[in-house]
Design a protein around this ligand. Structure first.
Ligand code: ADP
Ligand code: MG
Length: 339
């Protein structure tokens, strides 16, 4: 009896998974930057060409990979970050799905160079459309470089679906800013078509925000600080008179990860109640630290939405602490605290 069900070959499964993980060049930027952060890099360089359509490269000075892992990292569900299901509830890394590199390698030309500190020599691998093209021993600096070229070269429909360079570049800036704001202690540089767009030395949260968004931001910020059993909050909200017409710089970070939450945004708007002109949007940069076992990050592949155990309490605490800071801003001195 012949059966009609078959297991898909790996390269096909990878291409399908890639559809979820990699929507556009900015998705590659996000995954590579997060891997560099997870590798404990203190210096991360992002280099792109033609809004990432021709090249996305991330160079880090992190822990690197040995020759075996250098090859394994391109396998699906290959990760060094979790080992068992329970680990999902004590996550200290950005990644854990082990899907990004397999997905990216399925739909682009990837050149990777990596070396661990203690090793004499490093490994250089070229993989194109899930096929290993070459693997060589090479003299390399400590750390890892991923160069991703010709994204969607084998999926013309996807490639044609990409937006103009201006739009794709904007998406990349968004991802870069999110990671750079989440990690003010890491040195980030960003080059587009050979020009330096950002140069962000390690700094305090306030200095990082100002470096990312311009010096004028500084006077607009009111510090927010709160410590309770379920959450520690630090960061800044802008003075009501600087609120914008369009939804501008609004950032939540939970355990150093950028997240989107309409519900928590509502808590902030409630804190500004009565202080804003109709439709005005305040900027805010709020860093929440919660016990890892009280959140579920595993609800979406791109991990920008998470589920909190006690969303209602979080809402109330956020609203109260932002409201308190806004009430104080004209009497309290503006503090510059380091994380
Ligand atoms: P995940 O991040 O979910 O583990 P990825 O596909 O992004 O999955 O990466 C697979 C593995 O490759 C990681 O778990 C890590 O061990 C290794 N890796 C990826 N990028 C780097 C890097 N820049 N430096 C060192 N190791 C890396
Ligand atoms: Mg990853």
């Amino acid at each position: 009896m012949s059966s009609i069900i078959q297991l898909l070959p790996d390269h096909v499964a990878n291409q399908i998974a890639a559809g979820e993980v990699v929507q556009r060049p900015a998705s590659v930027v996000k995954e590579l930057l997060e891997n560099a952060v997870d590798a404990k890099a203190t210096d991360i360089k992002l280099i792109i060409k033609d809004a990432g359509k021709a090249l996305v490269q991330v160079i880090d000075n992190g822990q690197g990979m040995n020759v075996t892992d250098a090859r394994l990292c391109f396998e699906r569900h290959a990760t060094s970050k979790i080992r068992k299901a329970e680990d999902l509830f004590s996550l200290h890394t950005k990644g854990f799905r082990g899907e990004a590199l397999a997905s990216i390698a399925a739909i682009a030309h990837v050149e990777m160079k990596t070396k661990q500190d203690q090793e004499e020599l490093g490994t250089q691998i070229i993989i194109e459309g899930s096929k290993f093209v070459s693997q060589e021993v090479a003299v390399l600096p400590k750390g890892t470089s991923f160069a991703v070229k010709n994204l969607f070269f084998n999926i013309p429909a996807r490639r044609n679906f990409l937006k103009s360079d201006t739009v794709e570049y904007r998406h990349i800036i968004d991802e870069f800013q999110r990671v750079a704001l989440a990690h003010p202690n890491i040195y980030f540089t960003f080059f587009h078509n050979g020009s330096e767009m950002f140069n962000l030395p390690p700094s305090s949260i306030r200095q990082r925000i100002v470096a990312v968004f311009s010096g004028k931001t500084n006077e607009k910020l009111v510090p927010v600080q709160e410590e309770t059993e379920i959450v520690t909050i630090q960061g800044f909200a802008c003075k009501p008179e600087f609120a914008k017409k369009s939804r501008g710089e609004q950032f939540f970070f939970v355990n150093d990860r950028f997240i989107k939450s309409g519900y928590l945004h509502h808590a902030i708007m409630a804190a500004y109640d009565g202080l804003l002109k109709d439709g005005a949007q305040p900027s805010y940069f709020l860093y929440l630290t919660v016990p890892p076992n009280t959140i579920d990050i595993n609800i979406h592949p791109t991990k920008t939405e998470i589920k909190f155990d006690d969303e209602h309490a979080l809402y109330a605490i956020l609203r109260a602490s932002v409201k308190h800071s806004l009430g104080q801003f004209n009497v309290a001195p503006v503090l510059d605290f380091d994380r």
